[in-house]
Design a protein around this ligand. Structure first.
Ligand code: ZN
Length: 450
């Protein structure tokens, strides 16, 4: 027993994404301590959670997002545009963000993720207009209230229109301010080691929205503070041309030149790599966050997931920002990845189990963690439980396949570190209706410019 509570047997699940756990798993404290195979019982006395109506997954891990963009979903100004003009339409709206609206957006985004079976999420926050210097602090507070495990990134932009960059001057900061605040938030919030609930990474928006000197200084700081690094790379052909014009090389060459091609780095998108670049990523142990819905909505291209994996690159799944995906549902993103990659590579190469693996173990690699992402003895007890009680599942055979193929989108129960954060499809202690009312009012105000 730990803290006076007996271990919990998640008993006899309808299906489970683990081997030799037909009768379920035992959770003690924040860990999975035992997998119970067919015909056996747990080795110690336990409380019981009857999972007879549930399919159990390792908690899904989201490796790329921009929470604040929940305020600009389906924004009329940005509809039907490709990445660069899409960004140019949205930057002036994002420049009007307020701390209050930001708080609503972050809580809303995390709640949406949790209800879709997510137990760990990253967020890439890189807009810091005046008055929003405390964005990461607001975000940490929201994550702690909800009980979600997070890898938040201190994003940055210091190259604005004034210097030939895309964003307006009002949303960028100078390099010294960015580095000082990066160091502050790591010192204040980053928990190293197993079981961490809050971690911080450093994340220039893209190599083309910060100066070369800030890219290099960020890599130096990440090494010194022992934290991870994140950015967008190889998302569009436009970016390749932009890089060629500006630096006379390809984006990956520039990344390497800045000290970023290493095991600390995970990259969002990773679509437009050449065959010769993939083994370089693998050797460096740099990982890729595949964002299938965003890539399709912005017509950015299709990440060559299986080719990257064959080269030795680990792949995770990200929903990406809610202005490009327009949703933040991680379970739906698993289905999107499955369909997109199967249509590219064929039936023999991609199964529903691959898609589930990308969103769990693969995503854990992006987050630099080996304590989460799998149901195994000794791992942290982060779980997502789904019921198959809707018309869309009726008549299904294989429960794991049903989740992906029939389109599961809402978890019934979610556990983080041995604690339920979603129960019966509801987040205890969160008035979701009131949050949505405030959040949508803030979004209307932001989008209308009033
Ligand atoms: Zn993004």
């Amino acid at each position: 027993m730990e803290n006076g509570k007996p271990p919990l047997w998640v008993k006899d699940p309808l299906g489970i994404f683990a081997k030799s756990a037909e009768r379920g798993i035992v959770v003690k404290g924040d860990r999975i301590v035992e997998l119970v195979p067919a015909g056996r019982n747990p080795t110690e006395r336990t409380d019981i959670f009857d999972a007879g109506a549930h399919v159990v997954l390792p908690g899904l891990i989201n490796t790329h997002h921009h929470f604040y963009q929940t305020l600009t979903r389906a924004a009329p100004a940005a509809l039907d545009r490709e990445l660069f003009p899409w960004l140019q339409a949205l930057y002036p709206i994002w420049a009007r963000l307020t701390p209050e609206a930001l708080g609503f957006s972050m809580t809303l985004a995390m709640a949406e993720l949790m209800l879709s079976g997510c137990t760990t999420t990253t967020d890439h926050h890189y807009v810091f207009p005046a008055g929003l210097e405390d964005s990461i602090d607001i975000e940490v507070a929201a994550a702690k209230r909800l009980g979600l495990r997070v890898l938040l990134t201190r994003g940055s932009m210091n190259l604005s229109q004034r210097d030939g960059g895309l964003p307006p001057d009002s949303v960028v900061q100078d390099g010294d301010t960015i580095l000082a605040d990066s160091e502050r938030v790591v010192a204040r919030y980053h928990e190293p080691g197993e079981g961490a609930m809050v971690q911080i990474a450093l994340a220039p928006c893209s190599p083309f929205s910060v100066t070369t000197s800030l890219m290099r200084a960020t890599a130096d700081l990440a090494r010194r503070l022992d934290v991870r690094m994140h950015t967008h790379l190889a998302e569009t052909e436009d970016e390749n041309r932009f890089c060629q014009q500006l630096y006379n090389c390809r984006p990956l060459d520039y990344l390497e030149d800045c000290g970023w091609l290493n095991e600390r780095t995970w990259l969002a998108h990773g679509i437009h790599f050449s065959a010769a670049e993939m083994p370089r990523l693998a050797r460096a142990a740099t990982t890729i966050s595949h964002c299938p819905c965003s890539n399709q909505a912005l017509a950015s291209g299709n990440c060559p997931v299986c080719t990257l994996e064959e080269a030795g690159v680990q792949i995770g799944i990200g929903v990406d920002g809610s202005a490009s995906n327009d949703a933040s549902n991680l379970m739906q993103e698993v289905r999107a990845a499955f369909l997109l990659q199967r249509s590219r590579y064929g039936v023999g190469k991609v199964s529903h189990l691959d898609a589930l693996r990308w969103a769990t173990k693969g995503s854990a690699a992006c987050a630099g963690r080996d304590d989460i992402g799998e149901i195994a003895a000794g791992k942290i007890a982060d779980l997502a439980l789904f019921k198959l009680d809707e018309p869309r599942f009726s008549g299904s055979g294989d429960p794991l396949a049903a989740l992906v193929l029939c389109g599961a989108y809402r978890a019934d129960r979610v556990m983080v570190g041995g604690r339920w954060i979603v129960e019966d499809g509801v987040i205890p202690g969160l008035d979701l209706a009131a949050l949505m009312e405030r959040h949508s009012a803030a979004a209307r105000k932001l989008q209308s410019g009033r």
